[in-house]
Write a protein that binds this ligand. Structure first.
Ligand code: IYR
Length: 226
């Protein structure tokens, strides 16, 4: 049996545009993503559950090492579970911010963001989505299957998740409560999965404020070799 029989290929013709329209579309996309900000001040307005499904479906299109798709998203709408997550996150963060666990350099780097141990937004948002990374796979017979480029793959998936929410007019935050072990227990995840990023998902509060941050200009992030 040839390789093609076992692993078939199918034609793929991505949509193409003329040069002018290609540039115009790039500009329009950039304008949209430039409006995205991480939000820590949410409205409690409900968000259709389908929006979470759509964002996870978008995330699930991410390229991944050996196409292993080593991610699992857990969605939580139950107020009791949200409360437990908030409490557990704040226990850890109080040690970080108030118990001196954050090194001085780290605290200084965070100062412009105005973050504190208060994670009240975890109980305000209609949904919490926790992305877990599958450090390895588990075959039906229980044996372990190596996964490749897990961090890169899951990071890309989370980027798509964030942009899908933004495209819907929703807001989120890449919250990485530190350490995140408590999420495995609350979310009842198996040993091969590690909490990767926690996303509060909802509408930004109408009076939300965000730090007045400036993004690096292109020459600081793009270098052309000649
Ligand atoms: N996990 C903490 C601290 C924190 C760390 C970084 I790096 C940030 O960009 C923001 C916060 C917290 O959630 O407050």
């Amino acid at each position: 049996m040839s390789h093609e029989d076992e692993h078939p290929f199918v034609p793929y013709q991505p949509q193409r545009y003329g040069d002018a329209e290609t540039v115009e579309r790039g500009r329009a996309f950039l304008a949209q993503v430039e409006r995205r900000r991480s939000v820590r001040h949410f409205s409690g307005e409900p968000v259709p559950r389908e929006c979470v499904d759509l964002a996870v479906r978008a995330a699930n299109t991410a390229p991944s090492g050996a196409h292993q798709q080593p991610w699992k998203f857990v969605v939580i709408g139950d107020p009791i579970l949200k409360h437990r997550i908030r409490e557990a996150a704040e226990v850890e963060e109080r040690q970080n911010y108030e118990g001196g666990r954050l090194p001085a350099e780290w605290r200084e780097a965070l100062a412009p963001l105005g973050t504190t141990a208060d994670k009240g937004y975890l109980e305000v948002v209609p949904w919490i989505v926790v992305c877990f990374a599958e450090k390895y796979g588990v075959r039906p017979d229980g044996s372990k299957r190596r996964h490749y480029y897990v961090n890169e793959s899951v990071g890309i998936a989370c980027g798509l998740f964030i942009m899908a929410l933004h495209a819907m007019g929703l807001s989120t935050l890449t919250h990485t409560p530190n350490p995140m072990g408590f999420l495995s227990e609350i979310c009842r995840r198996p040993a091969n999965e590690r909490a990767y990023i926690l996303f509060p998902v909802g509408y930004a509060a109408r009076d939300a404020q965000v730090p007045d941050l400036v993004r690096k200009p292109l020459p600081e992030v793009l270098v052309e070799l000649t």
